[in-house]
Structures are given as structure tokens and as C-alpha cells.
Design a protein around this ligand. Structure first.
Ligand SMILES: [Ca+2]
Ligand SMILES: [Ca+2]
Ligand SMILES: [Ca+2]
Length: 716
């Protein structure tokens, strides 16, 4: 029967090229190929299903962008509030507290009196989502009003102090609780340290883009903690032709580059998109060979590890299209990499290729276990095409995915690990949102046009169910680091990991580390509810992020993350540039683009509103400069530069020179004038000069929409 099938394919191959005159690959369908035509029709239907509700998504993203990106000081403040991670990374000031190579971080270290009784349900109560969302909105709304945000603590705290937090009152700032608990904490012996694992992860995608939409946050966090990350693509995404397969390999490289994963860590298996179900059901013999409508019968790729398909890389020649080769490739790869955690679509996913991705792993692992008996990976499964027509929700990086219908999957929504994506993927400023940018690199699939199915995967979390193929009767614990909080400087803060659970009811161990923000002393970092005191000397709203892992005695979970935004208790910094005098190397008289327009407090210019509100040099590029001066010294700590909002003129690099001699390098400014933030230690100045050192090729008159300089409140 297999031989007959093979013969059939060969015959159809020869028939396929007859009378073919079109430029694109075309097909003459023979009668004996009709089952394959049905498959093709199913694939096309599925592609169509991927483009649901495009209008509403487009409108949503447009509105979100319009509301946030510009127009007033609020854009800056919100960008500052939500973009703190980016700023901090740029300043290189936030990682030193996180890792301590000497710290032995073993499960035994953390076997202390945590919660051992009934574990609360990990699923967020329905009502709780609303309260948390409200607090987020309050933060954002308050931030939009620059004068209000420093005094918004009361309203923000009130919004957080709902019934959801009633059981953990201390988390929302009570001075009474603070004094008692602070005394019992010995920060010297309880400061969290040591990077969380897993240190070696593998993400398997059936097509380029499934890795990004399901696991971009997991990947970015692993990259950040210095872990080893490999991404494996079962197919090249070539269902519409090998040209598309080539394009999608390029896109995979580009999107993983956004996340910091090198091309050498991408592995293209090169099996055929849309045919893997045929491989595992029909081409099951080691000598079987399937030929696709593309006319291809073996693995191929031009990117990733070795810049070729994995079979060629590992065995010296391509692998024929059959299922034993798929499983053999995966066994060889897994045996080489031995990843601690494997992320892949569920065996109950709605797309047959996604099911194949899962099956290739579980069928390969017995071979790996045979040669590596101590190897005990955890598999985390998720959905790229779930069996739920009303899913996913419209994109929103501040909202968790809503519950998914899980009929016939054997999975429970409350047993998923809901993993917060990094803060850099939660920002509503899409130009800087790392997941939005990574999805955007998948151009052929809709990308950041945000009109596609894949655009809807922009959410606050990613979710996975754990399983242990080496210990199938003992599921991994489900981690839950609790909900984000917004507090005032000086507040006593309690993190809450008590929503974590073990499916078998095992007692949990906990370990927390700080992942972002200025270092704080975290008390009891191996308990369900560690605490810290929010710094009271902050100038700007500052985000402190923490990660939690839990263990059930057999192993640690993947980390979940939680954020605490701390608002300063001092008055808001003000833009003292408004009181400065501005001079520039030249001024374009045509639209009144004088230097003074860079400090008029109006974010408008050519290409966005009225051109008379921006500074434009007169036909200058590199070498142009603008200088602000004050008659009395100003204590300042932040500068924000807005490029001219038109997309022709753009600063690519420059230097800020403060009057005390400090220089601050400036990279490319956001071309549309979004505003780039530069933070530095409080400095007393009477002048600051910005000199442009390079510009884009299309620049005719470099300039600035606005040049903002923020003081330190109370400073003199
Ligand atoms: Ca367990
Ligand atoms: Ca202006
Ligand atoms: Ca520009």
C-alpha cells in the first residue's frame, strides 16, 4: 500500500508540470490527487479563519496609538511610566542585584514553613480582573495629567484595596503592619539572590510565528537571565510555495532577533507545512517518501543552525519526508541540547501541524531517555489555534487572555501557568512594545499591521500547562506570582504567591528574586508572601518586578513575574526647559521654526499638527545644535528629546553636554517624535546643549519638536 502510494505520487509529479505557463508554481490536479486537494482546501480555509475581525483590531490599535503616543505631556509621562524597563536597561543599572553566582539555590534551601495546607485556586476570580484593570487605568489616567500623578497615591491605593486584596491587606500599605513586620525581617540573611531557572529552554513551533505568538515573553525572560534558548521550526511555513517558505524563514530570524535570540540558536527542520498529519498517519515507514504540491520530497532550509535544514546539518544530507525522520531529528536534537523545559503547542491544538509538533517531541523522548537516563525535562503546552471559535481576545498588552473553552482537551483553565510577559511587552506604546515588534517582523502573516490573527496574541500573559514525560503521574506545580500593585513610596509591600498550587496537592516551596528596578531588600524570599519596603526617595514612578518559582518536591516550576509600581511622595518634577532661553546653530524661517519652539511645551510639527511649534534648522544635518540656558542653576535628572515628527527628518545620533561637563550619548530618536528619555544622576546646571552627530539619509532640516528638561522637586 505504501509502495502504491509512492508510485501514485511519482505519477502525479510528472503530470503536475504539464501545460504549466504561469509564473508562480501551479498545479495540474490529477484525479488520484483529489484527497490532497481537499487537504489544500482545508489549509486555505484555516488561513481564512486566521484573519477574523480585522476591522475591530485595526481600530483598536489605532485608537490605542492615538490615545497614547503623543499630543501632550501625558504621552511622555505614560511612556516614562511604562517604559521604565527600556530606560533602565539602556542605563545598565538594574541587573546587578539579580544574580549571585555563588549562591547555591537548591530546593533544600527553601524547604521552610510555607503554606502547606489547602492551596487557593490559582485562577483569577472573575471579579478580580475588573479591579486590577481599574487600577491600571487609574495609573494611566493619572499619569496623563502630569500635575496629578504625584498625588494620586490615595486613589490608586483605594482602587487596589478591593475585596480581592482583603486577605492580604499588608500588600497595600499599612503603616501599623509595617513596623511590626519590618522588625521581624532580617534583610542580611534573607535578601533574594540567584537567578531563577530553567537555564536551558527549547521552544518548538510548527511554523515561523507560532514561537512568537505563544512564547515571546518566555523567550525574552530566558534570554535576559542569560539562559540558553533554542527555537525549533517543524516546517518552513511553505504551504503556499517554497518562496513563502524562504520568506518566513527570514521573518523567523528577524523576529527572534528582536527578542535577542541569535540565528545560530534557531533550528529549521524543514518538513512541509500542512502535510505533517499525512506524514504521521501515512508516511510512517523509514523508507516512505512524500512529495508535496511544491514538488519537494525532503527537508530543506537556508537559515538557522548551519544555515541549512537540521537533517542536513546533523546527518550530512536532507531527510526524506516521512514521520520516522521527524521523530529521529527531534530525538537527535533533544539528546544534544537536553533542554530543561520544552514549550510547544498542545496535542489537542486545532491545527494538525501543531499537534505534530507536540507528538514529535513525546515520541522522540523515549529514545533520549534511553541514552540519558537522568534527563527529566518538563513540557509546557499551549495553544496557537485552540478549539474555541471566540478566541483569542482583541489584543491588549495590559490584559490577560480571557478563559479559553477547553472542551475535549483534558485541561483545566485554573491549572494553567499564566506567565506575565516582561514589562517591555506590556507597554501600550506599541513603538516600544517588544512583543508587538517581534510579531511585526512576521510581515507575511500580517505582522504589525495588526490586522491578523497573530496580532491578537499581544496580551499581558502567556499560558502553559506543564507535564513531566519522565514522571507522567506527577504534574509540575502551577506558579502564580499574584497581581500587580501600585503603591506609594515608603509603603510596606507584600508579594503574594499563595495562588500557586500543585495539581496533586503537594506542599510547595517558594523562591522569589527581584528582576527589575532599584535593588530592595526582599524579606522572606522563600515564603509564599515575602515583603519589602518601597523606597521613599524616588523622583519618578518606578517599577519593581519580581519573579517567583514554586517546587512540589520533584522540581521547580517555570517562573512567573509580578510588578509593583511605586509612586514618589514628592511633588512631580517639572519641565524647567519652559523657563529657559534657547539658541540654535540655525533656524528655518519659513514656518517660524525657531529654537524657542523646542521649548514652547507644544508637541506638534510638520507631519503632526501645526509646523510652527517645532525647531527646524536651516538645511542642517550633522553638526546642528540647540542650547538651553537658565539665569539660575537648575537641579535636573531627566531630559526628553522629541524628533521632528515628520518621517523624513530624523536624528540618528547626538550628544547632550551639560554645563558641569557631563556628556550623555544620544542614539536614534523615535522618528515620529514619540520622545526618548534620558535619565541621569541629579545634576546642577545652567546650560545644556544638544549637538546632532548623524542624521538619516532623507534628512533635509534636522530639528526637534520639543526639548524637555525635568528638575528634581525640592532641589535648588
Ligand atoms: Ca506535582
Ligand atoms: Ca514644540
Ligand atoms: Ca522625524
Amino acid at each position: 500500500m505504501k509502495a502504491g502510494k509512492l508510485k501514485e505520487m511519482r505519477e502525479s509529479d510528472s503530470g503536475r508540470v504539464a501545460n504549466c505557463t504561469c509564473a508562480k508554481p501551479c498545479v495540474v490536479v490529477r484525479k488520484d490527487e483529489q484527497p490532497k486537494v481537499r487537504k489544500e482546501a482545508q489549509r486555505l480555509l484555516w488561513k481564512k479563519a486566521k484573519s477574523v475581525d480585522q476591522v475591530s483590531i485595526t481600530r483598536y490599535l489605532e485608537n490605542m496609538t492615538k490615545a497614547i503616543v503623543r499630543k501632550n505631556i501625558g504621552a511622555l509621562t505614560l511612556a516614562g511610566l511604562l517604559g521604565l524597563v527600556l530606560t533602565s536597561i539602556a542605563c545598565g543599572d538594574n541587573s546587578s542585584n539579580k544574580k549571585d553566582a555563588d549562591h547555591a539555590d537548591t530546593p533544600a534551601d527553601t524547604q521552610q514553613g510555607g503554606d502547606t495546607g489547602v492551596v487557593p485556586d490559582a485562577s483569577p476570580p472573575v471579579g478580580l480582573d475588573a479591579s486590577v484593570d481599574t487600577s491600571a487605568d487609574v495609573s494611566a489616567a493619572a499619569a496623563l495629567d502630569a500635575s496629578a500623578y504625584a498625588f494620586m497615591d490615595a486613589s490608586v491605593d483605594a482602587s487596589l484595596d478591593t475585596s480581592a486584596y482583603a486577605s492580604v491587606d499588608a500588600s497595600v500599605d499599612t503603616s501599623a503592619g509595617a513596623s511590626v513586620d519590618s522588625l521581624t525581617c532580617d534583610p542580611q540573611t534573607s535578601v533574594a539572590s540567584g537567578a531563577l531557572g530553567p537555564s536551558n529552554i527549547l521552544v518548538m513551533a510548527s511554523h515561523p510565528d507560532d514561537d512568537i505568538i505563544t512564547s515571546a515573553g518566555v523567550i525574552a525572560r530566558a534570554v535576559r537571565r542569560g539562559g540558553q534558548v533554542h527555537v525549533v521550526y517543524l516546517t518552513n511555513g511553505d504551504s503556499s510555495g517554497i518562496d513563502e517558505g524562504a520568506e518566513r524563514q527570514n521573518e523567523a530570524v528577524a523576529s527572534q532577533d528582536v527578542l535577542g535570540v541569535s540565528e545560530d540558536n534557531l533550528v529549521f527542520l524543514g518538513y512541509p507545512d500542512g502535510y505533517t498529519e499525512d506524514l504521521r498517519t501515512t508516511y510512517t515507514g523509514p523508507t516512505d517518501v512524500m512529495t508535496t504540491l511544491n514538488g519537494v520530497s525532503h527537508t530543506y532550509a537556508a537559515h538557522g543552525l548551519g544555515r541549512t535544514d537540521y537533517h542536513s546539518y546533523a546527518f550530512g544530507s536532507p531527510g526524506a519526508y516521512n514521520w520516522p525522520n521527524v521523530v529521529g531529528d527531534m530525538a537527535n536534537l533533544l539528546g544534544t541540547l537536553l533542554p530543561d523545559a520544552i514549550f510547544v503547542t498542545s496535542g489537542t491544538d486545532g491545527h494538525p501541524d501543531n499537534v505534530s509538533a507536540y507528538l514529535s517531541i513525546v515520541q522522540a523522548l523515549p529514545q533520549v531517555f534511553a541514552s540519558h537516563p537522568t534527563y527529566k525535562p518538563t513540557i509546557y503546552t499551549t495553544f496557537a489555534l485552540p478549539p474555541d471559535a471566540n478566541w483569542p481576545n482583541p489584543p491588549d498588552p495590559t490584559q490577560y487572555f480571557s478563559p479559553l473553552a477547553l472542551v475535549d482537551t483534558g485541561l483545566e483553565w485554573s491549572h494553567r501557568n499564566s506567565l506575565d510577559v516582561p514589562l517591555s511587552m506590556q507597554t501600550t506604546t506599541l513603538e516600544t512594545n517588544l512583543k508587538y515588534l517581534a510579531i511585526g517582523a512576521e510581515v507575511s502573516q500580517g505582522g504589525n499591521e495588526a490586522t491578523s490573527y497573530i496580532g491578537m496574541f499581544l496580551h499581558k500573559d502567556e499560558f502553559f500547562w506543564g507535564e513531566r514525560p519522565a514522571d507522567p503521574d506527577n504534574l509540575p506545580p502551577v506558579v502564580n506570582a499574584g497581581f500587580d500593585q501600585t503603591v506609594s513610596g515608603g509603603a510596606f509591600v507584600t508579594l503574594d504567591g499563595s495562588g500557586s498550587l500543585d495539581p496533586e496537592g503537594a506542599a510547595l516551596s517558594y523562591r522569589w528574586v527581584q528582576a527589575d528596578g532599584p535593588a530592595v531588600a526582599l524579606c522572606s524570599p522563600t515564603s509564599a508572601r515575602p515583603t519589602f519596603t518601597a523606597p521613599s526617595n524616588l523622583i519618578w514612578p518606578t517599577t519593581f518586578a519580581f519573579e517567583l518559582q514554586v517546587a512540589d518536591g520533584l522540581g521547580w516550576s517555570i517562573p512567573d513575574a509580578v510588578s509593583v509600581i511605586v509612586n514618589p511622595t514628592t511633588p512631580a518634577p517639572t519641565n524647567v526647559a519652559l523657563n529657559a532661553t534657547a539658541v540654535a546653530s540655525s533656524e528655518d524661517p519659513s514656518d517660524g521654526g525657531t529654537a524657542a519652539k523646542a521649548i514652547d511645551g507644544v508637541l506638534q510639527g510638520y507631519g503632526n499638527g501645526d509646523p510652527k511649534y517645532e525647531w527646524s534648522s536651516y538645511r542642517e544635518g550633522a553638526g546642528a545644535w540647540i542650547e538651553l540656558s537658565w539665569t539660575t542653576p537648575q537641579l535636573v535628572s531627566r531630559i526628553v528629546l522629541h524628533d521632528r515628527p515628520n518621517l523624513s527628518d530624523q536624528v540618528l545620533s547626538g550628544t547632550l553636554l551639560l554645563s558641569d561637563g557631563t556628556t550623555i550619548p544620544v542614539g536614534a530618536l523615535y522618528n515620529d517624535g514619540l520622545g526618548n528619555v534620558f535619565d541621569f544622576a541629579p545634576t546642577l546646571i545652567t546650560k545644556v546643549r544638544f549637538t546632532v552627530t548623524s542624521v538619516s539619509e532623507s534628512t533635509a532640516n534636522v530639528g526637534l519638536e520639543e526639548f524637555e528638561v525635568y528638575n528634581v522637586p525640592g532641589g535648588t
